[in-house]
Design a binder for this molecule. Sequence first.
Ligand SMILES: Cc1cc2nc3c(=O)[nH]c(=O)nc-3n(C[C@H](O)[C@H](O)[C@H](O)COP(=O)(O)OP(=O)(O)OC[C@H]3O[C@@H](n4cnc5c(N)ncnc54)[C@H](O)[C@@H]3O)c2cc1C
Length: 383
Amino acid sequence: MLEETIFDIAICGAGPAGATCALALKNAGLQVVMIDKATFPRDKICGDAVSSITKRVLRQIDPSYETELLQFESKASITQAKLYSPNFESLEISFAKIGHCIKRIDFDNWLFHLALRENKELKVISGIGIKDVVQDENFSISLEDGRCIKSKLMIACDGAHSVAAKKIAKIKVDRKHYSGAVRQYYEGVSGLSGNALEVYFLKDFLPGYFWIFPLPNNQANVGFGMLSDTIAKNKIDLKKSLQHIIKDIPQVAERFKNATPLEDIKGFGLPLGSKKYKIAGKQYMLCGDAAALIDPFSGEGIETAMESGKFAAEQAIKCFQEKDFSEAFMMAYEQRVYNKMWPNFRNHYWLQKLLGDRKWLINGLISFGNIPFVKKQIPKVFY
Ligand SMILES: Cc1cc2nc3c(=O)[nH]c(=O)nc-3n(C[C@H](O)[C@H](O)[C@H](O)COP(=O)(O)OP(=O)(O)OC[C@H]3O[C@@H](n4cnc5c(N)ncnc54)[C@H](O)[C@@H]3O)c2cc1C
């Protein structure tokens, strides 16, 4: 009986952070349970841009996982970003490494089943949400169906609205370090190159950006996001903004003349990595969105979710080897995450602040970036 077992590890949430954590715990000889309120396959509102770093994380766990991902049929291979300034000058940036656009319903389902296949010890509870998490000698995780799961270690991977992050780590939404964004799938957007992420800095929608990301089968992931602080201060309705951009901005509207929306507009929050939180403590670690690890400029969080999930698994293995679950020991995880990710988060936060709604600056930088010598020097921005 699951309720009577005290698991070594409970992973709360089976998105990219949770599934990667479970994957990296294969062969660890630990009793692991992973709980997700959704039944897979499930959608996740996202831009679907899966960066090349996700392949590196998979490769580090097992090189065959990257090969499996590359065999994925429903993906677009991304080799460049096209940035559009408020005056519609474009700048093309080529990526050194190929990334992909894969609908999250497919990507997350693949990763979830990979973890299930590879981690033979893994028990999964899906389709039942976590209601509460209580820390005592062990963790007690109450589920919506009345069951209570106990574990020695708890790894919170339950996303932007993490129950455990709120309850155990006392993390509260800080709008200055949080974004809101909306997404709508489309078919038949004209002029899609098939291999470029299109990012538009539109003059009446700053600070923030509108995106068109290509998907297979002539589909595209279309969306718009902004800092939550700006949304609240200016009472911005993101869904209306997206409709307005697509209908009324001539350069954009032209592309959508013969396009069909495949769903209603859907929105979700992005906890940004521009503020450090306490993401580890006695017997627990937070990963991915639960730990606020989204890039504050690009909005990418899949790669950091996966990498933090892997780091948490490695730390968990050490905890059981050393029989040390103390706060001091768990801090090694927090330090490893921030040592790796903070420099990028900090730089991208300042880039986000610097650009803000300064149209002249974005126009100027994109023109400057188009000078051939400068273009060659442009460092990694999105990948
Ligand atoms: C509009 C938008 C666009 C984005 N675009 C991109 C992009 O293009 N590229 C990119 O890299 N990142 C993007 N992101 C960020 C990215 O979606 C997240 O950073 C990423 O999903 C984090 O993974 P995660 O595993 O931490 O959380 P999630 O993917 O959110 O997974 C959390 C899991 O926990 C489960 N869960 C939640 N609550 C409970 C509960 N109470 N009980 C049990 N289970 C629970 C959920 O069902 C889910 O399966 C975008 C985000 C948004 C909102």
